[in-house]
Design a protein around this ligand. Structure first.
Ligand code: ZN
Length: 407
């Protein structure tokens, strides 16, 4: 049975131990010690990392009564020196106690019981299965939990029996005859937990809820505490400051300004669409007037330099709104080339697919469609001049194919 030094002194960072066994495993070297400072993970808290005998500790976990350290290389027999990654451990203890405080307030003030919690990277999440928790409730609980942080209440670890735990705990562990490890914070919290926590609430620093989301008919609350909260707030504040400078407003005005901008974009996009349609209509009129007649139809090959698929499509619709024209259109914008060939859907005598395939061959584009409408996209050439020349070639060759099929 490995002696659990991490329960004896939460703030110790180095230790010496005797190597009881070590063996090569698939994932690394497995080492069993007589005692350890490495927390193996549990209660939603990940394991400690650090070094053991100069090797990196990749993972720590419990196997029966023993704690297994997984190392990235072999160590020598006998005595070994271990150093835990203190920054990681301290942050996990801050996050874990902060989570307890928020859970305690949500339970005592709002009767909301946490289904599970997990610390993953900088994010702590708490689930409330089948119980939706609204944002205002979370905000109030966050405020109260932070008050508990600033009161700097000592955190006690107790080992009462099950009957005693039943009387006070906000969460019951499975029934057992063993003493149960209880984490008690003044008269705010009394809960069974195997994890590690800072020894005063003040060391949690701050508890910040970062998001809430729907989860299993209830709510998942995301939070960060201590240094992880500081890192997050730093990123958020710096981002917000840049946005405020761009929008010339304070933090309170950001949201309204963004809504206003979105509305402005919507109006401008709609106006822009109308103008593009007008431009397409007048270009179509000119192209149809000058178009080459072939049999009972006219042929309209055209390249829109600098136009994306949206603009090419607008011209296509303007040209094929009425019967009588076969359009062979191409455009090129920085994303690539686009091709649209076709006619009014009632011009059954026209089938653009043969001409379209000829254009695909030459331009290297891909696509397909029906006899009255084919669309494709493809890559640009090295220079705009080469792209333009290749489109010219593709459209001329395609026009020739269509000309022959119609005459
Ligand atoms: Zn806990």
């Amino acid at each position: 049975m490995t002696q659990k030094l991490y329960y004896e002194d939460l703030y110790r960072t180095e230790f010496d131990a005797a190597v009881l066994r070590h063996e090569e495993g698939k994932e690394g070297v497995r080492v069993i010690l007589d005692r350890t400072l490495f927390y193996p993970g549990g209660g939603g808290q990940p394991c400690d990392k650090g070094t053991l005998g100069g090797r990196n500790v990749l993972d720590v976990f419990e196997e029966g009564e023993e704690i297994v350290h997984l190392l990235d290389g072999p160590i020598t027999e006998g005595a070994v020196h271990g150093v835990i990654d203190w920054n990681r451990r301290f942050e996990l203890m801050q996050q874990h106690l902060g989570q307890h405080l928020l859970a305690a307030v949500l339970f005592s003030r709002f009767e909301l019981r946490t289904s599970r919690m997990r610390i993953e990277g900088d994010d702590v999440s708490m689930d409330f299965d089948n119980t939706p928790v609204d944002e205002e409730t979370v905000r109030q609980a966050e405020e109260e939990a932070n008050e508990a942080v600033w009161q700097n209440i000592p955190v006690e670890i107790l080992y009462p029996d099950f009957e005693e735990v039943k009387l006070h705990a906000r969460k019951l562990p499975p029934k057992t005859s063993e003493p149960i490890r209880i984490v008690k914070v003044g008269n705010i919290d009394y809960v069974p937990c195997c994890g590690l926590h800072v020894k005063n609430t003040g060391e949690t620093g701050i508890i910040k809820v970062t998001a809430t989301e729907n989860h299993k008919g209830g709510t998942r609350v995301h939070l960060r505490c201590g240094r992880a909260a500081y890192r997050w707030l730093d990123v958020v504040c710096r981002g917000a400051r840049k946005v405020q400078l761009e929008l010339t407003c304070g933090p309170d005005g950001m949201f309204q300004r963004v809504l206003h901008l979105k509305e402005e974009i919507r109006e401008l996009t709609s106006r822009n669409g109308e103008l593009l349609d007008q431009a397409a209509a007048s270009l179509a009129e000119r192209l149809l007037r000058d178009a080459e007649p072939v049999g009972e139809f006219v042929l309209v090959p055209h390249i829109l330099a600098g136009a994306g698929p949206d603009e090419v499509k607008r011209l296509f619709h303007a040209l094929t709104q009425q019967r009588g024209a076969a359009a062979l259109l191409a455009g090129a914008d920085p994303q690539g080339i686009s091709l649209i060939f076709g006619c009014h859907r009632e011009d059954k005598a026209i089938d653009v697919r043969g001409a379209f395939h000829r254009a695909l061959e030459i331009s290297g584009a891909r696509g397909g469609g029906s006899p009255c409408c084919t669309q494709g996209r493809g890559p640009l050439c090295e220079t705009p001049e080469q792209t333009q020349a290749r489109l010219q070639e593709a459209i001329s060759a395609a026009a020739e194919v269509l000309r022959q099929s119609l005459s």
